[in-house]
Write a protein that binds this ligand. Structure first.
Ligand code: CP
Length: 352
């Protein structure tokens, strides 16, 4: 079996935020993902990580991320080892969060696992990051500081870079030339007020890096992290396209080629902006915006071939109607599938 040049091309690097990477690197990852997708479809062997181990630490639940990493690693000839930090291991913790015989300092966990395997992947947000915005990302970076194997962010409270790569892969499959296409990342209502910022933030970072005309639409109060907005403006200056914010959902959907409506929480109601998480306040803000749903009337405002995207799980009947998510514009299962192909590319390039 010939080993492609991309295997090991980024050996040892960490995968935490797409913005840490150059556009050419991301292009290489997408090219490798397409090669791996072709090989998977043809049933061609591609055991490029034979005998290698990736440790998966999930503080939060998952369907897609866990199973696409596990299946992908099997296809690459390696093993993805699932760890439940609330049960199977001592919960990895930052200094100051330690509880005797219940937690273990991340510095120690990272260095131990690095002696046994070839990569560590982590998902952490929400209550497991104490609802302090940025703390989940800090925990992922703490692992990266101590482990001398690649660390992969499987979604923290700031970024979901694997999802963003699958999303842009799906957009490029639909629109190989994305220039001039209108990409709308829109907030959407759901009765749960706990969805993190990671997906919308990574999605707009990526869409601006690929030169799309990006509209970020949300009710007032759901602003993204100002640093993400600055990066989006820099990306669109550098890579072409445009970036604007709209508070009017109908205006945003008008003439869209891609729509990505999903819920996220408001940073105004969790620390460090708020003293403590204010779920009652969040609920009131959410309930005032129940009309932010993606239904057929919204799709009718878009361009004819519009793609409806969602990272899943979607809150059907709230964020989106069945008619839209199960309809002809929906590409949600392509996105879910592409998660596996891009993650295989990332694993092969970092751990090969
Ligand atoms: N999109 C996504 O990350 O799905 P899971 O939460 O099921 O992993």
């Amino acid at each position: 079996m010939a080993i492609p040049e991309y295997v090991g091309a980024f050996r040892g690097r960490d995968w935490i935020n797409t913005q840490d990477w150059g556009r050419e690197d991301l292009d290489d990852i997408l090219e490798a993902a397409l090669d791996l997708k072709k090989k998977f479809k043809k049933g061609e062997q591609h055991r490029y990580l034979d005998g290698k181990t990736l440790f998966l630490i999930f503080y939060n639940r998952s369907l897609r991320t866990r199973n696409s990493f596990e299946a992908g690693m099997t296809q690459l000839g390696g093993h993805a080892h699932f760890l439940d930090p609330h049960d199977s291991i001592y919960t990895p913790a930052l200094p100051g969060d330690e509880e005797a015989y219940k937690t273990e300092r991340i510095a120690d966990v990272g260095r131990v696992l690095a002696r046994y395997g070839d990569g560590i992947a982590i998902r952490i947000y929400g209550k497991h990051a104490k609802w302090i915005y940025g703390r989940g990302n800090q925990i992922v970076r703490e692992f990266a500081q101590w482990a001398d194997v690649p660390v992969i962010n499987m979604e923290c409270d700031m970024y979901h870079p694997c999802q963003a790569m699958a999303d842009i892969m799906t957009v490029l499959e639909r629109y190989p030339k994305p220039e001039g296409k209108k990409f709308v990342m829109s907030w959407a209502y759901t009765p749960s007020v706990e969805k993190p910022m990671a997906v919308p933030q990574s999605a707009v970072l990526m869409a601006t890096m690929y030169g799309l005309d990006v509209t970020l639409a949300h009710p007032r109060g759901f602003e993204l992290d100002p640093q993400v907005i600055r990066w989006c403006e820099e990306n669109s200056d550098r890579y072409g396209g445009s970036f604007e914010v709209s508070y009017d959902v109908d205006e945003a959907f008008e003439g869209a080629d891609v729509v990505y409506p999903k819920s996220w929480l408001s940073l105004d109601f969790i620390p460090p902006k708020a003293k403590s998480p204010d779920f009652d306040g969040l609920k009131k803000l959410f309930d005032a915006n129940k009309h932010w749903i993606c239904d057929q009337a919204k799709i009718d405002l878009c361009n004819e071939g519009v793609a409806y995207m969602h990272c899943l799980p979607a809150d059907r009947g709230f964020e989106v109607t069945d008619e839209v998510i199960d309809g002809p514009h929906s590409v949600v299962f392509d996105e879910a599938e592409n998660r596996m192909h891009v993650q295989k590319a990332i694993m092969a390039m970092l751990m090969g």
